[in-house]
Design a binder for this molecule. Structure first.
Ligand code: ATP
Ligand code: MG
Length: 279
């Protein structure tokens, strides 16, 4: 459904979905094909304020080049005097984070399905030499069938430093990042371990009142499995193989997909809809 020379007039704009740092997201329908998409409208004045426009094109090109069932598609983009518009795949079920907060924690089946989806998507991205480095529940969306989609490629990398220091989401930092050592693709494998834990227990493993304590727990890999929830030994085994301080010893993305917990629990279709428990 991609076509060169698109402009805003080719779309029928629908409901407002939400607002991010750089602009607003709307549901929209491409007039000719009837195809439903999400339009992310970014105001150039905002970009200039954040001085991000220099990198913008490259970032967009990166996401544009990615085509995987678990990576949010960027179908096209165009701009006029005032704004840059991204034509994105629509993720009807919204943020995985919101779902996780509303249900508390996921079942092993759901958690394994999402971990497998993430491992597959990251393996694909790594092969294309793209590291996300900011994989966390807020950047994960769900489509209508409950299939996980990694969003915000590129932007995320830049908002990193700011986010970690100002907004306090340091829970997903790998030890090599805390210690400011050189880091590579294995950063994403660490984050996968953090997410797997958070999916199952409802909060990330190294959480603490003070940021300083979280950082200390990360570098010590102070990993505890609370007794409040019964989690299978297979799940804990995979988490322990991901949350390894030495980045070269972390289980590889391909081996995650072969891990018994994934093999036994993950939905091969990748779609999983966690039902809200009736309280
Ligand atoms: P940031 O500016 O750091 O990316 P953000 O992720 O909150 O912050 P946006 O990415 O602009 O901001 O998204 C705004 C809202 O729209 C969020 O609630 C997000 O979940 C939702 N959203 C973004 N893209 C899509 C999409 N393709 N399909 C459905 N919802 C989306
Ligand atoms: Mg976003």
């Amino acid at each position: 459904m991609e076509r060169p020379g698109w402009s805003l007039s080719d779309f029928q704009i629908g409901k407002f979905i939400g607002e991010g740092k750089f602009g607003k997201v709307y549901l929209a329908r491409e007039k000719q094909s009837g195809y439903v998409v999400a339009l992310k409208v970014i105001y150039k004045t905002k970009l200039q304020k954040y001085r991000f426009h220099a990198h913008l094109r490259r970032e967009i090109e990166i996401q544009h080049g990615l085509d995987h069932p678990n990576v949010l598609r960027l179908f096209a983009w165009f701009h006029d005097d005032q704004r840059v518009v991204l034509v994105l795949e629509y993720a009807a079920r919204g943020e995985l984070y919101k779902l996780l907060r509303s249900v508390g924690h996921f079942s092993e089946r759901t958690a394994a399905t999402y971990v497998a989806s993430l491992a597959g998507a990251l393996a694909y991205c790594h092969k294309k030499q793209v590291i996300h480095r900011d994989i966390k529940p807020e950047n994960l969306l769900l489509d209508i069938e409950g299939r996980l989609k990694i969003a915000d490629f590129g932007w995320a990398v830049r908002s990193n430093a700011k986010r970690h220091t100002l907004c306090g989401t340091i829970d997903y930092l790998a030890p090599e990042m805390v210690e400011k050592k050189a880091h590579d693709y294995a950063v994403d494998n660490w984050t996968l371990g953090i997410l797997c834990y958070e999916f199952l227990y409802g909060s990330p493993p190294f959480e603490a009142e003070e940021q300083q304590d979280t950082l200390m727990r990360i570098v010590k890999v102070d990993l505890l499995f609370p007794k409040t929830r019964v989690i299978s030994a297979d799940a804990k085994d995979l988490i322990c193989k991901l949350l390894v301080k030495d980045s070269s010893k972390r289980i590889s993305l391909d081996d995650i997909l072969k891990h018994p917990w994934i093999v036994k629990n993950a939905e091969p279709s990748g779609s999983c809809i966690e039902q809200k428990s009736i309280a």
